[in-house]
Design a protein around this ligand. Structure first.
Ligand SMILES: [Zn+2]
Length: 308
């Protein structure tokens, strides 16, 4: 299947920084080695035009990002050193999610090997997130007449505050976030449904909570398109997560989300979000398993949406 990546556009990082910049290249190599995609099916999008970003983000914030003029407070909150390369890479990541979302509309499921930058809100960029790729992709699908109603299933271990901020007043979008109660961000912006899980939750209780949340969210959303943030950071070995899921538990999570959405004919665009294992190869294992689960669901039942 076709996948999107921006792994070759790197940016300067201090040594021992927690951002897993090597993950993206290893993941590209891994999905090809696994046979999930051929090398020529892993595509590199052009940077998202600024106009796409202006459709969801505050113009003054975008100018500060473009010009390297973030305030000291904003830079600290972002947690990544500004560089022109950082901005270009982030624009490419957004474009990857847009391309994957269009692919999902056409084929049923799509995946970007990046994106899921859910801490970026309308007028703030924090927690390693410059732009909110999901909000941008949804806006474009709507402008193109490809989808209207949307569901966000955010299974990154951190709460999806930026996405909640951007979609709070959107009656046609339902935001669901399952996350560690004691994890970042410590000041929340409420989603339509937030599920706070205790530290050490483990596979069984996690999957139960996820299933209950989907029971509520899927019929409520009646979504044409869903965005699934398949964060690897609920894993037991993650340095930032606290939920103690195993790798088989995370695979079961992916299957649960994908199969519930498939059962209602909802198109699904999968994005990567976070993952901070000590050994980056563990994060890559988890992400590659998600990509394989996505690929196994093609062809997708239900045909094309009207207008797609
Ligand atoms: Zn996270």
């Amino acid at each position: 299947m076709r996948l999107w990546t921006h792994d070759r556009w790197r940016f300067p990082l201090p040594e021992h920084h927690r951002f897993p910049i090597d993950k993206y290249t290893l993941l590209r190599e891994r999905v090809v080695a696994d046979g999930t995609a051929r090398a020529d099916e892993v595509l590199e999008p052009e940077p998202a035009p600024w106009a796409w970003l202006e459709a969801v983000h505050d113009r003054a914030l975008l100018e500060r990002i473009r010009d390297g003029a973030l305030t000291l407070r904003e830079s600290r909150g972002l947690g990544l050193p500004w560089s022109p390369e950082l901005v270009e890479r982030a624009r490419r990541a957004v474009a990857g999610s847009v391309a994957a979302a269009r692919f999902a509309i056409e084929h049923g499921v799509g995946m970007n090997l990046g994106g899921g930058t859910h801490h970026a809100g309308r007028d703030f960029a924090r927690g390693y997130c410059l732009f909110n790729d999901v909000a941008v992709a949804l806006r474009l699908l709507r402008e193109e007449g490809l989808a209207e109603r949307a569901l966000v299933v955010d299974c990154d271990v951190h709460q999806g505050d930026g996405t909640a901020h951007l979609l709070a007043d959107d009656p046609l979008a339902f935001t669901l976030s399952l996350h560690g109660a004691r994890n970042y961000p410590f000041q929340r912006i409420p989603s339509d449904l937030d599920v706070d899980l205790p530290s050490g939750t483990g596979d069984e209780r996690y999957l139960e909570a996820l299933s209950d949340a989907l029971d509520l969210a899927v019929p409520r959303a009646e979504a044409d398109v869903a965005f699934y943030l398949a964060g690897a950071d609920p894993w037991e070995g993650d340095r930032l997560g606290r939920l103690s899921l195993t790798k088989p538990g995370l695979r079961a999570r992916d299957e649960l989300v994908l199969d519930r959405l498939r059962a209602t004919g909802t198109r699904v665009c999968v994005v990567l979000a976070g993952g901070y294992a000590e050994d980056v190869r563990d994060t890559v294992d988890i992400n590659a398993a998600t990509a394989a689960a996505v690929a196994r669901r093609l062809p997708y039942p239900g045909g094309a949406l009207p207008g797609a």
